[in-house]
Design a protein around this ligand. Structure first.
Ligand SMILES: NC(=O)c1ccc[n+]([C@@H]2O[C@H](COP(=O)([O-])OP(=O)(O)OC[C@H]3O[C@@H](n4cnc5c(N)ncnc54)[C@H](OP(=O)(O)O)[C@@H]3O)[C@@H](O)[C@H]2O)c1
Length: 314
C-alpha cells in the first residue's frame, strides 16, 4: 500500500512517500480503503520534535484519523460491514496510508447525506469542539472568545457557541476574518494587531487553542465567574496562567479535554449527525495528495491554512 513515512524528526521534508505491506485484518478488525486522511496541528509538532501523545519507534507512518470504505473484515466481525462508509481513529499512528486495519469497534459510520471528506474533517475536531463546549458550557447571552477561530477546532467552536446562544468574538490572523464572520461570529478580531484585546472583551468564556501571549491577553478579558479552557499551544507555548491567578480572579481554569474511547466515538458520531442535519459546517480549507503530506505540514506551520487540512488518498 501507499504510505508516508516519518523516518526522523525534522522539517516537513522528513515526510517521505513510500510503500508498506498491505495490512491484513486480524480477529476483531476491519480493513478500510482510505479515501481521506486528516492532519491535526499536533502532528506537525510531533513530526518536528517528537512532542505529543503519539508513540512508536521511527520509522513510522504518522496520522491518526481516516475515512473510507470497509473492504474486508477479520474473524468475529460482521461481514455486513463490508461496503460501508466509515471514519476511524487509527490508534495514534498509521493514518497517512491508503489502507488501515483497525478494531471494528473503532469505526464510526458516516451518515447518509454526509460526504466522506466532510466526515473526516469532523472526525477529531468535531469531538474536541463538542468536549470543549460541554466543559465551558456557555449559555445564552454569554460572551465567548474563540482563539484561532478560523482553524480546525476554532471554526466548529464558533458555530457551536453561536448555536448555544452566545455572543462570539472570533480571534484569528489577517485574511481569515471574513470566514470567521461567515461562520457566525458576531465580532471577528485580528489578534495579530497590537491592542486587539481592547476591542475583544470583556468575555465570560475563553477557548484557548493558541497559548502563549494570546492566552495571557485573553485571560485578562475574563470577568468573575468566567471559564477558560486551554486545550492547545499552536503558538508553541502553553498558557502560563496559573490556578492561583484564576482563583484570585474568580475564573475557572480547565486544561485539556478528553474522555474514554467510547465517549469520543459517540461525540464523533454526534458531530457527523449534526453536520448531516445541516447544523454544523465542516470547513475544509485545503486538500493535498497523500504524497504531498510534506507540503500540507509546511502550509499548516506557515499559518497559511484555514479550517481543516486533508490528505486525498484515493
Ligand atoms: N483534544 C485536545 O486537547 C485537542 C484536540 C485538537 C487540537 N488541539 C490543539 O488545539 C490547537 C488547535 O488545533 P487545530 O488542529 O484546530 O489547529 P488549527 O487551529 O487549524 O491551526 C493552528 C492555528 O493556530 C493559529 N496560530 C497562532 N499562533 C500560531 C503560530 N505561532 N504558529 C502557527 N499557528 C499559529 C493559526 O491561526 P491564525 O493564523 O488565525 O492565528 C493556525 O492556523 C493545537 O494546539 C492542537 O494541538 C487539542
Amino acid at each position: 500500500m501507499r504510505v508516508v513515512w516519518l523516518t526522523r524528526f525534522g522539517d516537513p521534508s522528513v515526510l517521505t512517500p513510500g510503500e508498506a505491506p498491505d495490512p491484513v485484518p486480524g480477529p476483531g478488525q476491519a480493513l478500510v480503503e482510505v479515501a481521506f486522511a486528516n492532519i491535526t496541528f499536533i502532528e506537525t509538532m510531533f513530526r518536528a520534535t517528537g512532542f505529543g501523545p503519539f508513540q512508536g519507534a521511527l520509522p513510522m507512518v504518522p496520522g491518526n484519523g481516516v475515512g473510507g470504505v470497509v473492504t474486508a473484515v477479520g474473524a468475529g466481525v460482521d461481514p455486513a460491514l463490508v461496503g460501508t462508509r466509515v471514519v476511524t481513529s487509527t490508534g495514534g499512528s498509521g493514518g497517512y496510508a491508503s489502507q488501515v486495519a483497525v478494531d471494528a469497534t473503532a469505526l464510526v459510520p458516516v451518515p447518509d447525506g454526509l460526504g466522506l471528506a466532510d466526515a473526516v474533517a469532523l472526525l477529531a475536531d468535531g469531538r474536541t469542539a463538542l468536549l470543549l463546549l460541554r466543559a465551558a458550557a456557555p449559555g445564552p447571552g454569554e460572551r465567548v472568545l474563540v482563539e484561532a477561530a478560523a482553524g480546525g477546532v476554532g471554526t466548529l467552536l464558533v458555530q457551536l457557541a453561536k448555536a448555544a446562544g452566545a455572543t462570539v468574538v472570533g480571534a484569528a490572523g489577517p485574511g481569515k476574518l471574513d470566514l470567521v464572520r461567515d461562520l457566525g461570529a458576531d465580532r471577528p478580531v485580528d489578534y495579530t494587531v497590537a491592542g486587539w484585546a481592547a476591542t475583544a472583551g470583556p468575555v465570560d468564556v475563553v477557548f484557548d487553542g493558541v497559548g502563549g501571549a494570546v492566552a495571557r491577553q485573553a485571560f485578562d478579558l475574563l470577568e468573575r465567574g468566567g471559564r477558560m479552557v486551554s486545550y492547545g499551544l499552536s503558538s508553541g507555548a502553553w498558557s502560563d496562567v496559573t490556578d492561583d491567578e484564576a482563583a484570585a480572579r474568580g475564573v475557572t481554569l480547565l486544561r485539556g479535554v478528553t474522555g474514554p474511547p467510547e465517549e469520543l466515538r459517540a461525540l464523533t458520531a454526534e458531530a457527523l449527525a449534526r453536520a448531516a442535519a445541516g447544523e454544523l459546517r465542516p470547513v475544509i480549507g485545503q486538500r493535498f495528495p497523500l504524497e504531498a503530506a510534506a507540503d500540507a505540514h509546511a502550509a499548516i506551520e506557515a499559518r497559511s491554512t484555514v479550517g481543516k487540512t486533508l490528505l486525498v488518498v484515493a
